[in-house]
Design a protein around this ligand. Structure first.
Ligand SMILES: NC(=O)c1ccc[n+]([C@@H]2O[C@H](COP(=O)([O-])OP(=O)(O)OC[C@H]3O[C@@H](n4cnc5c(N)ncnc54)[C@H](O)[C@@H]3O)[C@@H](O)[C@H]2O)c1
Length: 389
């Protein structure tokens, strides 16, 4: 739970996008289709790339002008300079993960709220540093964990409430993408680059956080990845629910959706979702017999899919002060699930999430370069003292 500064007024929020790569271009399209925000700057270390992105954006918007403003976004390779010149009110960080800590920290200290692509930082220790920086600066820091935002998933969550106590949640994720590039060289490509989405959705569905994990990874003989492209993990949540995740990134044939395939088993019934269509629910009758299959009602507020949904929640938070679900104080638990799963796979044993957070806290204190952030970290006393939501 965060307290953070609001953006006053009714004018579109003036945003600077940092990182004009593949995903940055997607963000520019979504910003263009969102009247509540206005793109006022694009920053990339690769200045010609930033300029090209702005030119293409202008051409798509017509006459090289930003929608509605009559002024094209600035392009630059310095966040501080573009923020100052464009009078930005918020930053969207779509740089590569190793740059997230530095870019987010700089933006917060420029006095701006940040919406950052997942993962919010490469490690839990760096994320704790970001939480402390958020608290020192009083600016919102939110992760765009985009697979939380699907209308069908919102309806599934709505349905889960009717299932009584939840015993077991399972996700199957089986796909066979040939990405090339960095994923092919990672030690744990599935866990680190993809599974965070499923882990985060389990937390979202259960409104609960895990306490321990047992995870095993392996690399099928025909895998085109250097590291382990397949994993099984069982998490135990604080409320007792078990969450089983099985996945492979080299599984051709009958592939699941990108959201995976879900089953939520509760005391009063079961819900399933294939990650694309409508979720289904079957409730047991009071006698124990199987009841009718129903499609759950939708929640009151419509959800735009993926990063558009994240952007809507970010703007709503800046206008109303409502803590968004991707607030860094909460999102750190999704990252901790990944780190704990990797540790469990390496050690072959059960890993407690509290131990992961404690070790990250010690590392964050040791590595912190900013005095005020280190003081804030120290004031928590422990990771649990940070009030992680
Ligand atoms: N939510 C999703 O489904 C999804 C999908 C793809 C990527 N992503 C995330 O989006 C982010 C970007 O991924 P991508 O595929 O666009 O990467 P990319 O490599 O295509 O682009 C990243 C850009 O950031 C720039 N950059 C790096 N460090 C910088 C810095 N310090 N300041 C300014 N610019 C900097 C690079 O020059 C590059 O142009 C990653 O965090 C990735 O995990 C999310």
């Amino acid at each position: 739970m965060s307290t953070f500064a609001l953006v006053p007024g009714n004018e579109p929020v003036r945003v600077v996008l940092v990182g004009a790569g593949a995903m940055g271009r997607n963000w520019m399209r979504v910003i263009a289709s969102t009247p509540a925000v206005r793109l006022v700057g694009v920053v990339d270390l690769d200045l010609p790339l930033a300029r090209r992105a702005v030119e293409e954006y202008g051409a798509e918007q017509g006459d090289g002008q930003a929608r509605g403003s009559g002024v094209a976004p600035l392009a630059g390779d310095s966040l501080a300079a573009v923020v100052a010149e464009s009078q930005a009110q918020a930053v969207i960080d779509v740089t590569v993960p190793p740059a997230h800590h530095a870019v987010n920290t700089q933006a917060l200290y420029l006095g701006l709220p940040v919406l950052c692509e997942k993962p919010i930082a490469p490690t839990v220790a760096q994320t704790l540093s970001l939480i402390a920086a958020q608290e020192v600066t009083g600016q919102l820091l939110m992760t765009s964990q985009s697979r939380r935002y699907y209308p069908q998933l919102a309806r599934l969550k709505h349905a889960v409430a009717s299932l009584g106590q939840i015993g077991f949640v399972t996700t199957e994720f089986f796909k066979a993408p040939h990405f090339g590039g960095f994923r092919d060289e990672m030690e744990h490509p599935l866990l680190v680059d993809m599974a965070i989405h499923g882990f985060d959705v389990a937390r979202y569905l259960l409104d609960d956080d895990p306490v321990s994990v047992d995870c095993r990874t392996f690399n099928p003989a025909w895998s085109w990845y250097r590291g382990d492209a397949a994993a099984t993990a069982v998490f135990e949540f604080a409320g007792g629910t078990r969450f089983g995740y099985s996945g492979s990134w080299c599984s051709p044939g009958l592939e699941t959706s990108w959201n995976g395939s879900w089953r939520i088993s509760g005391a009063r019934g079961t819900a399933i979702w294939d990650g694309e269509g409508e979720p289904e629910v079957e409730l047991a009758e009071q006698t124990g017999a199987v009841g009718a299959t129903t499609h759950p009602d939708g929640p009151a507020v419509p959800v735009r899919p993926e990063i558009a949904g994240a952007l809507d929640e970010f703007v709503d938070a800046l206008r109303t002060g409502t803590t968004p679900s991707g607030d860094v104080h909460s999102n750190v638990h999704s990252l901790a699930m990944v780190e704990a799963a990797v540790l469990s796979a390496s050690s072959g044993g059960t890993v407690r999430l509290a131990d992961v957070l404690d070790e990250a806290y010690a590392a964050a204190l040791q590595n912190e370069l900013r005095d005020d952030v280190r003081e804030r970290l120290r004031s928590w006393g422990s990771a649990s003292g940070a009030g992680l939501a």
